[in-house]
Design a protein around this ligand. Sequence first.
Ligand SMILES: Cc1cc2nc3c(=O)[nH]c(=O)nc-3n(C[C@H](O)[C@H](O)[C@H](O)COP(=O)(O)OP(=O)(O)OC[C@H]3O[C@@H](n4cnc5c(N)ncnc54)[C@H](O)[C@@H]3O)c2cc1C
Length: 469
Amino acid sequence: MRQPWRVAVVGGGIAGLAAAVRLRDSAPAGTEITVYEQSGALGGKLRTGELAGQPVEFGAESFLMRDPAGAESAAVALARRLGLGEKIVHPTVGQAALVIDGGLRPIPGGTLVGVPGDLERVATVARPAADADIDGGRPLVGPDADVSVGALVRSRFGNEVVERLVDPMLGGVYAGRADDLSLVTTMPALARTARVEHTLVGAVRAAQAAAPRAPGAPVFGTLAGGLSTLVEAAVTASGATVRRDAAVRELTATETGWRLTVGPTRDPELVDVDAVVLAVPARPAARLLAGPAPSVAAGVGALDYASVALVTMALPQPRLPELSGFLVPSTEGLLIKAATFFTTKWGHLRRPDGLAVVRASVGRYGEEAHLQRPDADLAATVHRELSAVLGTPLPAPVDGHVQRWGGALPQYAPGHADRLAAARTALRAAHPTLVLAGAGYDGVGIPVCVRSGETAAEEIITALGGSAR
Ligand SMILES: Cc1cc2nc3c(=O)[nH]c(=O)nc-3n(C[C@H](O)[C@H](O)[C@H](O)COP(=O)(O)OP(=O)(O)OC[C@H]3O[C@@H](n4cnc5c(N)ncnc54)[C@H](O)[C@@H]3O)c2cc1C
């Protein structure tokens, strides 16, 4: 293999940047790493903006502190690696609410993304079906099977638990519906126990016991300076050459690696590299794979995405409850899907002048038509709905921002994990120096995407002949 290695990272989101950092740390010294990002800014769905002089997340807001096995999450490990460990802060108010019949009720504790392990604890919000969760003498889910979360929970606990608890909680992460989302991909811990346990209560309890949480240990963290500081620090640590406004339009296999076609059709740039980390969402990934690996492209391209808009407003001294925010079941008929009271939830953002920053998320999978409305219309509707839910007219905002994220949140249909594994296996066999990473493949979330980027980097290093360090 020619030295130094030349590795292209396509996609400057957190997955691509985590791959670049891992390549710098583990590939031979002198490896030339170039990050190609089609937009003018790095970070992808991580974007810290400003409202009324206050840093605000216009994309992802926080990360899980622990991975499913209970160890430090990959996002926390990356922050530490980048010297940002001291900047990790946690919510000061963790309690959120659900909108039920137009008013707020605290989200009951002790559930797994809304799926209860103790039916009595959720009685304030939803009445579980009586006697449906019986032991039928066999595991809930077959050894290789996958089902939708909604189908499983409806069959065991009835419709209300799905509509009032599971749907809004899964919707808060995926903007999708429990009836469409894969158990294996969106709730892997529950999927594992559902293959052993005979009741859903038993499966939830077994999943909770398998990943006990230290009492008082924070679940979420963010960075005091905003998540864009993670992006900037990763770029610096990677020592990568960064190419902004540089869309990769085509990938062609060469005798020794890959040729990238970069930039506008009229004036393309051709770049030869030894290996590629493809850290872009499924649709652009499928387009790039169509030439070198058409069957893999078809598998990857089958993944659909939901679009959302985040409407953020700065309100002068509004009367807000001591809650981190609320989630809205789709049965409530509101445009708002979820709201976060930023300046209540995050103590480091509280302002002495009482200015509050509230962010509402709008848009559910299949209801994209609502997002066609102009910014001002979305903002006015959000303001009106917030006032109605809080039962008090909110003051007029002093500043506002609407961030649209088109095709942003993957909708994992049942069977996704198997389809992905088959696509990856086929890609690895045909092209070991082209590796997929990031959003849309292994799951949603900063830790998953960081881990995915790091794993891709390690696969590339192995494919190119192992690490020199
Ligand atoms: C509104 C919203 C809120 C979220 N909140 C949270 C949260 O609070 N916590 C959490 O853990 N996760 C959250 N997520 C999920 C999380 O942000 C994502 O899973 C993660 O950031 C995805 O990172 P990525 O690098 O894989 O992809 P992306 O961030 O999508 O980055 C991919 C990059 O590739 C670029 N690209 C695409 N095509 C090309 C091409 N052909 N050539 C070059 N570049 C290209 C894109 O411009 C983009 O910058 C949220 C997501 C959204 C949409």
